[in-house]
Design a protein around this ligand. Structure first.
Ligand code: NAP
Length: 309
């Protein structure tokens, strides 16, 4: 029986591992499919404190992994497919590789994945002008037109934020009504650098042959007219999906399957199960906030185990 298992190897998971390993809990971390989490899919990270010249996302996660391993964290390269959670534990995790792991305390730090358009050119130009995080990558696209896709609060916020850098921001939305809150819509629409392209969907990101974004081909869904918008970057802001499928049936979640936490803690609705990072936070979604939650989850789990034992 493991004392503490952490599922996920993003900023939340590795920070939870660093803290709990230093507390001699000898955590076992289940790596998941993307070792290092979302930061490994971005390039330079310029807003993580302590790296004045920025740090390559994958390098930052490698440092976190080594720091966790230095204090005795064990990593199992497998994926949780399903689980049985019992208030007070033990909890059972069924892994893709066939193992079943039992643990007293569990920290879920499985992150979230940005929704994608799922068109081939989007995939081909990811990190070459196609980005899923304006805060992370906006500053790389100065004085060029930028396109943002989406009609929710994220799209409004990101379009507004990106006007700091881009010469102009095109906000492409598939309908003529926004899902975003009134205040966010008003702020975006008042911004003279934002032009909304209504009732339109991105058909293709240009130009795969040049290995960088030079524009997007959009189709108006009402008129079927296809036109090209020249731009240097395309930011997708069409929402995220929390990676909570194996756990959501057993825990209280919101309607979008983000794990709900008890106030002022990282405790979930099942005693002995904690959650940290983007799987339980759709608001902030930053590496540093995920790391902070990972730290809190490790402290909560440590105190919970002490009280149990
Ligand atoms: P969201 O509310 O789910 O909005 C996603 C948007 O993307 C919708 O407008 C949707 O269009 C569009 N979309 C989805 N799939 C698409 C596709 N395949 N192609 C084109 N468009 C697509 O996601 P979000 O904006 O990330 O917000 C998530 C949550 O975080 C919300 O609760 C939001 O309020 C919150 N949030 C709050 C703030 C803030 O208060 N500062 C900032 C950001 C986010 P349809 O409308 O047509 O479905």
């Amino acid at each position: 029986m493991e004392r503490l298992v952490i599922v996920g190897t993003g900023a939340a998971g590795f920070t939870a591992a660093i803290y709990s390993a230093r507390a001699n809990l000898e955590p076992l971390v289940i790596a998941g499919d993307v070792l290092g989490g979302q930061l490994t899919t971005t390039t330079d990270v310029e807003n993580y404190p302590g790296f004045e010249a920025g740090v390559f996302g994958a390098d930052l996660m490698e440092k976190m992994q080594k720091q966790a391993e230095r204090f005795g964290t064990r990593i199992q390269y497998d994926y949780v497919e399903s689980c049985e959670l019992k208030p007070g534990g033990p909890h059972k995790l069924h892994l893709r590789g066939g193992d079943t792991i039992e643990c007293r305390a569990l920290i879920i730090a499985t992150g979230a994945s940005p929704r994608k358009l799922d068109i081939p050119s989007e995939k081909a130009l990811e990190n070459k002008g196609v980005s899923y995080c304006a805060v992370c990558d906006g500053a790389f696209f100065r004085d060029v037109p930028i396109c943002v896709v989406g009609g929710g609060d994220s799209a409004m916020e990101e379009a507004h934020f990106l006007t700091k850098f881009g010469s102009k921001v095109y906000l492409i939305h598939r309908r003529d009504e926004f899902r975003a809150s009134r205040i966010m819509i008003d702020r975006a629409l008042k911004n003279p650098k934002i032009e909304v392209v209504y009732n339109s969907v991105v058909e293709e990101v240009l130009d795969v042959s040049k290995d960088k974004v030079t524009g997007v081909k959009v189709r108006n869904v009402l008129t079927e007219k296809v036109s090209t918008i020249e731009c240097g970057a395309l930011f997708m802001a069409i929402g995220h999906n929390p990676n909570t499928a194996p756990f959501a049936p057993h825990l209280e979640t919101d309607s979008a399957n983000y794990i709900l936490l008890k106030q002022e803690s990282t405790r979930t609705s099942v005693d002995g199960v904690f959650a940290a990072g983007d799987c339980a936070d759709h608001v902030y979604r930053q590496a540093i906030t995920a790391a902070g939650m990972g730290c809190r989850a490790a402290l909560d789990a440590e105190r919970w185990l002490e009280a149990q034992e």
